[in-house]
Write a protein that binds this ligand. Structure first.
Ligand code: BG6
Length: 487
């Protein structure tokens, strides 16, 4: 793949995401000979050198110790900037022209906004006014969620971006789409006839997707208390996983064809009225508890910077219905939460059982066939089958076949961002979210948020260190199912 030179404008250059993920990702790209220069932008007063020191610390903390970083750091520049100050954008243009000439970057620009979305409009407007969005090269905008807080605000935000960037120039990041095994879902499905031929409501009884975290809200309390798990995880990462799991094979493996198929799934999600929200969606909040390492942790309402009366959910489980030909009648159970027993992301497909046959093996003892895509911490696939117990004529035992891409459970923190930034530089937006995906996701989520706001729907509680409220188990038990272990 040819490498496109560019200037990488990083807004929010002193922030946590930059330090933990973006600098390590840029370093890895630099090691792969990606030509670029970086201009870091933030309000804090830094000069180029103190900024380079900050970047060096990040690389040392997260990727490489004891390495000579001189050449890499020489490509980093800092420009202090208040996003409301047009003059600062004008002087940024001067700096970027100089940097462009020095490194021969051909006028190509990536603008990465690692900022609060309320600032996006101001930033993109000022970029345009200062002449930074037109040059002889290409320009691309990378933005992070949240893309608004509902469909209306998301649409408004989108319109303001479209005043400066075309849809094809906007790269909406969902870092889950950069994860190895999420990129592998389509291969597992479409490259294996033994799976694809049974990937439908005739053979699958239900699908379970878990995104569980052990961490609490940490330092992001004020953001999180305004947001909650529905907006923080379901609207984006979870619905993306649902659409990748349920989509039809695209007619070509081309960006827009793939995105078209994902959108069709999101369009087919059954929208819930308030009664259905009560029946199919569980929200919960963690209380004091003990984590698996024995650590006692405090409940959500006692966390620093959280309103002691907070009704924000830290857990959501739901039964989704995809009303299309392939999936009619197959529940998709999803759950996500903070302070849960395990950190895990996985998709489990439970196949329908064989008909009971009393003359054959002891089929009542049979376990269901399960295909699990392990996204993290392990990265791999496992398949649970039934086999005859060794030398016991009529006994069966479950056997598990597991393929591990990486069983260390330690993917490089920067990998997902590295892949996605590289895709953006190469103009490949397949693993970014198109606007209509965002819009349909909001439509689905807004209906739930509205019912929670307007109806008296309980906020369940669960002890930190558990796998969530009992109501989440009941959701499956009603239909004779249970959550499969995440192992
Ligand atoms: C982010 C959420 O998008 O994803 C966080 O805002 C969450 O609340 C994080 O912790 C989880 O990402 P990962 O890659 O650690 O599973």
């Amino acid at each position: 793949q040819s490498k496109e030179a560019n200037i990488f404008f990083l807004f929010g250059a002193t922030g946590d995401l930059a330090r933990r993920k973006l600098y390590p990702a840029l370093y890895n790209l630099y090691k792969k000979q990606q030509p670029f220069a970086v201009i870091g932008l933030a309000r804090r007063p830094h000069n180029h050198q103190s900024f380079r020191d900050l970047v060096a610390d990040s690389i040392q903390d997260f990727v490489a110790q004891d390495t000579d970083l001189t050449d890499f750091l020489d490509t980093f520049y800092y420009h202090p900037l208040d996003v409301n100050n047009l003059e600062a954008f004008v002087s940024l243009k001067d700096l970027s022209d100089k940097v462009d000439r020095k490194f021969n970057l051909q006028g190509n620009r990536v603008f990465y906004l690692s900022l609060a979305p309320r600032l996006f409009k101001q930033v993109t407007g000022n970029l345009k006014k200062a002449g930074l969005t037109h040059d002889n090269g290409w320009k691309r905008l990378i933005i992070e969620k949240p893309f608004g807080h509902d469909l209306e605000s998301g649409t408004e935000l989108n319109e303001s971006l479209h005043a400066v960037f075309k849809e094809s120039e906007i790269y909406r990041i969902d870092h889950y789409l950069g994860k190895e095994m999420i990129q592998n879902i389509q291969v597992v499905r479409f490259a294996n006839p033994i799976f694809e031929s049974v990937w439908n409501n005739r053979y699958i009884s239900n699908i379970q997707i878990t995104l569980s975290e052990q961490l609490g809200v940490g330092e992001r309390a004020s953001y999180y208390d305004q947001t909650g798990a529905l907006l923080d995880m379901i609207q984006n990462h979870m619905l993306q996983l649902v659409s990748l799991t349920a989509m039809e094979p695209p007619s070509r493996f081309a960006t827009e064809d793939i995105r078209d198929e994902k959108v069709k799934v999101l369009k087919s999600l059954r929208l819930f009225n308030s009664d259905e929200v009560k029946e199919h969606v569980v929200r919960g909040q963690y209380e004091d508890g003990t984590m698996s390492n024995g650590e006692s942790v405090i409940g959500y309402k006692k966390e620093e910077n959280i309103d002691p009366e907070s009704k924000t959910e830290t857990y959501v489980a739901a039964r989704l219905f995809i009303d299309n030909y392939r999936w009619a009648g197959v529940p998709f159970y999803i759950r996500t939460g903070k302070r849960l027993a395990e950190r895990s992301a996985q998709i489990t497909v439970q196949f329908k059982d064989v008909p009971k046959n009393p003359y054959f093996y002891n089929f009542n003892e049979l376990s269901s066939n399960l295909l699990t895509i392990h996204i993290q911490p392990d990265e791999g696939i496992s398949l649970k089958l039934n086999a005859k117990r060794y030398s016991q004529e009529s006994d069966t035992i479950p056997v598990k076949m597991k393929f591990c891409n990486n069983c260390e459970g330690k993917p490089d923190a920067a990998t997902a961002y590295e892949r996605l930034i590289e895709d953006c530089i190469n103009g490949d937006s397949t693993n970014f979210i198109r606007w209509d995906e965002v819009a349909f996701s909001w439509t689905f989520v807004d209906a739930i948020a509205k019912a929670w706001r307007e109806e008296n729907i309980p906020l369940e509680t669960y002890p930190a260190g558990s796998m969530g409220p009992k109501a989440s188990d009941d959701l499956l038990a009603k239909e004779g199912f249970h959550w499969w272990d995440i192992s």
